[in-house]
Design a protein around this ligand. Structure first.
Ligand SMILES: Cc1ncc(COP(=O)(O)O)c(C=O)c1O
Length: 422
């Protein structure tokens, strides 16, 4: 259909809502104001260039480059043949998957919970949305440490809440302190949305700091939604610690979000979950039953195989990420003016590029990280996500979940380009 609608996005600039009177007059204000996911937009642009034959190297993707381990795929094939998989199943998830999640959670993070405390969702993303929908009323404020995962503010806003950013930077390794959080509390503060290991920074909060934040939230009566989807991807001396393990008293006001996507190279299968108090599980299950019913049974069977099949494949993939992490960080640090804290977890580096902005480069002068990311893509065909997507201009996010050769080639292209800065 021919349309006079203005384009919502250009190049790698962070998408903005449509101006009043255009999209908004046709779709609701609530949904019309949601920008598309900037990370997916970068990835799509890189893939489109690649499909057109360009030698693009993409650092934008938030997913492992490995195939899902074979035993998980086989379990899904078997589930396809089972007539039970062809029917609706309970909205909260297959009982065996809820059991497997509870057992894996106890085994992996030490958090004791039962199958009844678990709701299976279409990815961790849906668990975040449902947690916000269940817990927030219009006007409620949510403390959101920045840089944050790009979906969080939209999930909060869709539920009628307001994200209140607590900005951190490389000087503290992107860790928010209790003092920083406390400075943003108002009478409307209802929740802290916490993520460790972090997307986009790779920061992993130490156990004592998690305990301090948890105790502080408990004292204030705040809810905590803690996103632990990268729990298995920690490196060196870093350790993943679940907030509820160190502050168990927070359980009546805490939602833990997790999923199989990042740990088992299963982003396309769409299985995540929340672990929450009974009233939240009941409310979220009711919502879920009207929204999507059960998660696809074949995917749920695959998730059971993932959670019960041991961690050998996870260890293998983590070793590859760790090796690539070392290469990426040392190459980024070779670029004059780039500050790159060593990521302790997930699979992203988040270098600060602020000192590179406002300088001449191939006839242009990028003044924001979005402009710099566009220039890098156009000039050397390397895709990185600008920091604006995560609430902080002046940074780039580069995923190291790609092959070793591509990684080295991509960063050396960036090095070569930025050597021309004047
Ligand atoms: C911090 C964080 N939480 C949750 C998710 C959601 O993952 P999924 O919906 O694929 O399970 C992602 C995916 O990028 C993420 O980075």
């Amino acid at each position: 259909m021919a349309s006079a609608q203005p384009a919502l996005t250009t190049a790698l600039t962070v998408p903005v809502p449509a101006p009043a009177g255009t999209l908004r007059s046709r779709v609701s204000r609530r949904v019309g104001s949601i920008p598309p996911s900037a990370t997916l937009a970068v990835d799509a642009k890189a893939k489109a260039l690649k499909a057109a034959g360009r030698p693009v190297i993409g650092f934008g993707a938030g997913e492992p480059d490995f195939a899902t381990p074979q035993h998980i795929v086989e379990a899904a094939v078997a589930a396809c043949r089972e007539p039970r998989s062809h029917r609706y199943t309970p909205a909260a998830g297959l009982p065996e998957l809820r059991e497997a999640v509870a057992a894996a959670t106890q085994r992996n993070s030490g958090l004791a919970c039962g199958a009844g405390d678990v709701l299976i969702t279409n990815g961790g993303k849906q668990a975040i949305y449902e947690a916000m929908a269940v817990l927030l009323d219009p006007g409620d404020e949510v403390l959101l440490p920045a840089p944050y995962w790009t979906t969080y503010p939209e999930a909060i806003r869709l539920a009628g809440g307001s994200p209140v950013e607590v900005v951190t930077d490389e000087s503290t390794g992107y860790l928010a302190s209790v003092d920083q959080l406390a400075a943003k509390v108002t009478p409307r503060t209802k929740m802290l949305l916490f993520c460790s290991p972090s997307n986009p920074t790779g920061a992993v909060y130490p156990a004592e700091q998690i305990a301090e934040i948890g105790r502080w939230a408990l004292e204030l009566g705040l809810w905590v939604v803690t996103d632990e989807i990268y729990e298995h991807l920690v490196y060196g001396a870093a350790e993943h610690v679940s907030m509820l393990v160190v502050v168990p008293e927070l359980a009546p006001r805490c939602v833990v979000v997790n999923g199989v996507a990042k740990t088992y190279a299963m982003t396309g299968w769409r299985v995540g979950w929340m672990i929450a108090p009974p009233d939240v599980i009941i409310a979220a299950t009711n919502l879920h039953s009207h929204l999507t019913s059960n998660v696809a049974n074949v995917s749920q069977a695959a998730a059971v195989a993932a959670l019960t099949g041991g961690l050998d494949d996870v260890v293998r993939m983590r070793a590859a990420f760790d090796r690539r992490r070392g290469v990426m960080v040392s190459m980024l640090r070779e670029i004059p003016g780039v500050a790159c804290p060593e990521p302790q977890g997930a699979f992203y580096a988040y270098p600060c590029v602020r000192t590179l902005l406002g300088r001449d480069l191939r006839g242009r002068r990028p003044t924001t990280s979005a402009e710099l990311a566009t220039l890098i893509l156009e000039e050397v065909e390397v895709a990185a996500v600008p920091g604006e997507a995560f609430g902080t201009d002046g940074y780039l996010r580069l995923s190291y979940a790609l092959g070793d050769d591509d990684l080295a080639e991509g960063i050396s292209r960036i090095q070569g380009l930025l050597a021309e800065l004047s």
